[in-house]
Design a protein around this ligand. Structure first.
Ligand SMILES: *[C@@H]1O[C@H](CO)[C@@H](O)[C@H](O)[C@H]1NC(C)=O
Ligand SMILES: *[C@@H]1O[C@H](CO)[C@@H](O)[C@H](O)[C@H]1NC(C)=O
Ligand SMILES: *[C@@H]1O[C@H](CO)[C@@H](O)[C@H](O)[C@H]1NC(C)=O
Ligand SMILES: *[C@@H]1O[C@H](CO)[C@@H](O)[C@H](O)[C@H]1NC(C)=O
Length: 525
């Protein structure tokens, strides 16, 4: 993906993960070291470890060193398992954390039932498959045996030969969709309907399967159940439609994209941005099958897979383009350019939607919004920061100098008596923790650096809650030179709300053709 975004980029690939044993921390750090020594410009890291404190997390440690050597680091936000939320994986301020969205590309399929009813689904199979020509018997896996979870097509739930020549409907959950296909195939099945049991705005995640498969939503699942229950000789056929482009609304925030708030600190909003991560077509290794299954003999040059691991390299590639246009920019300046120019509405002005809720996505889903490669090249203003600023942030979060010195190469001491404020890290977004009892006043200081044409910028703010008042001082900033810096402060005054309440807003500086936009997330805890 990285080289598809930036076709002339030179790639250096460091192997840190293994089929057996996964990714060892020592291997990951060795890979960081090798890349830093080689002098790479951008690091793309589609892996994560669960520790959420910056000190014990391997990627956080490795990326701090990379960033202090001027290397921009892009990381994946992490993937939920099914609809089970998995906390964000990469949450340090010095590496951008990328969530996943859909493209305007669909792979529609429809299922015709024996009674003539047509139901819509999606499939990565092509229209050439023989199953599309004739009706074949259709069964629901949950009716084949009384073994627990047979509806989910778990291994051992479908006796050999029990579904020979049939299309089998399996429900999603418990094991990967690909393994369900393997179970159906082993029991003699010729096709699979993979049914969601929760309602999503759209089925975004498709898999390469061993047998022709169509994914359907809960509504279609219910219709198929009703049909099977009332017909002794239920039948179905698939019609695969191939690739369709221009699908709207797009992008949607994918169900598997891990969401905030930041498990590490309520002073930092994560994820930072979203990029394409659902059903991404890219080159594939000849060392593994497209399903990852050992029994699958197929070898392909391209595959379609989903995850924030696909979203991350899109941003890495765009960062390469920014670095080529602005070789002197710091990693923080590149991150700021990506974030403040990200979009969070469709062309019709409506907010980007979340595929799970069907409602507008929040900054906890998409951070600053969807990456916009062209705008990111010319952001107007940037929120710059250096390794020292990040260390000050760690001091504010009460990390000890001893801890900090285990991952910073130079000697560093948090200055005794100095008041470090987490609110003052010069970050392109705002995370504002508020009190559940009484009024809170939070003051954030930010510095903008002019990287565009001279302009006078005016601030505007929008909040989704009347519980918070916001004021910005000054409300107008005039830049006359390149690299000129201006400071402003934002004050949030909030009433109390019940613990767990979340709300959102935006702060936008507009000058000439430039729109420099930051998301704001409020949490009451
Ligand atoms: C098949 O399973 C469904 C759902 O569990 C159930 O409602 C239906 O009665 C079953 N049909 C047969 C024939 O067992
Ligand atoms: C499942 O158990 C029920 C009740 O014991 C029985 O009537 C039915 O035939 C069993 N179905 C299968 C597929 O074994
Ligand atoms: C940002 O800060 C770094 C180091 O502190 C500096 O080298 C760079 O010129 C600054 N500006 C930009 C746009 O990166
Ligand atoms: C850090 O410690 C100080 C003094 O104990 C405390 O007031 C402050 O709330 C702590 N900050 C964080 C982010 O935990």
């Amino acid at each position: 993906m990285c080289s598809e975004m930036a076709p002339h980029a030179r790639l250096a690939v460091y192997k840190a993960c293994w089929l057996l044993g996964g990714c060892l921390g020592s291997d990951v750090l060795a890979a960081f070291e090798a890349a830093i020594t080689d002098g790479v410009d951008i690091l793309s890291i589609s892996l994560g470890f669960p520790n959420s404190d910056f000190f014990s997390n391997i990627v956080s440690r490795g990326s701090f060193k990379a960033v202090s050597h001027g290397i921009f680091v892009s990381t994946s936000a992490g993937n939920n398992i099914g609809l089970t939320a998995v906390p964000l994986a990469n949450v340090a301020p010095w590496a951008i954390s990328v969530g996943a969205s859909s493209l305007d590309r669909d792979f529609p399929a429809y299922i015709t039932l024996g009674n003539g009813k047509k139901l819509y689904g999606a499939s990565l199979y092509s229209s050439e498959e023989p199953l599309s020509r004739s009706m074949v018997p259709l069964v629901f896996a949950g009716n084949i045996s009384n073994i627990t979870n047979s509806n989910l097509c778990v291994p051992g739930s479908l006796p050999p030969g029990s579904v020979t020549g049939k299309i089998v409907m399996c429900e999603m959950g418990s094991i990967s969709n690909v393994r369900k296909g393997m179970v159906v195939k082993a029991a003699g099945g010729v096709g699979m309907i993979l049914a969601n049991t929760v309602y999503l705005l759209k089925e975004l995640q498709l898999d390469i399967q061993l047998i022709p498969t169509a994914v359907v939503d809960k509504r279609a699942r219910d219709a198929i159940m009703t049909y099977i229950a009332s017909n002794h000789d239920s039948k179905a056929k698939f019609t695969f439609q191939g690739t369709k482009l221009g699908i709207q609304p797009s992008p949607l925030v994918a169900q598997f994209s891990s969401t905030g708030p930041n498990p590490s600190t309520s002073f930092l909003l994560k994820p930072d941005i979203i990029a394409p991560g659902a059903n991404i077509l890219a080159a594939w290794t000849g060392k593994n099958s497209p399903t990852y299954l050992r029994d699958d003999p197929r070898r392909v040059e391209f595959n379609i897979i989903s995850g924030t691991s696909m979203a991350c390299p899109h941003v890495s590639g765009i960062a390469v383009l920014i670095k080529m246009a602005h070789p002197k920019w710091s990693p923080a300046a590149i991150q700021s350019a990506l974030m403040t120019t990200a979009y969070n509405t469709y062309k019709n002005g409506k907010e980007l939607l979340d595929v799970v809720t069907g409602k507008p996505a929040t900054p906890f889903d998409l951070g600053a919004g969807h990456v916009d490669p062209v705008s990111a090249l010319d952001p107007g203003l940037v929120y710059n920061a250096s390794a020292n600023d990040y260390l000050g942030f760690l001091c504010a979060l009460n990390y000890s100098s001893t801890d900090i010195n285990t991952f910073y190469e130079k000697d560093f001491e948090c200055v005794k008596g100095k008041k470090y404020m987490a609110e003052d890290l010069n970050y392109p977004s705002f995370a504002v923790p508020l009190s559940t009892s009484g009024q809170t006043v939070m003051k954030y200081t930010r510095t903008l650096t002019n990287v565009g044409t001279p302009n006078t910028y005016k601030v505007s703010t929008s909040l989704k809650t009347p519980a918070v008042k916001i004021s910005v001082e000054p409300e107008e900033l005039t830049f006359v030179k390149k690299n000129e810096k201006k400071v402003y402060t934002v004050t949030f005054t909030a009433g109390s709300m019940p613990s767990g309440t979340e709300n959102f807003g935006r702060l936008v500086w507009t000058g000439g053709k430039y729109v420099v936009s930051s998301p704001i997330a409020f949490t009451w805890d």
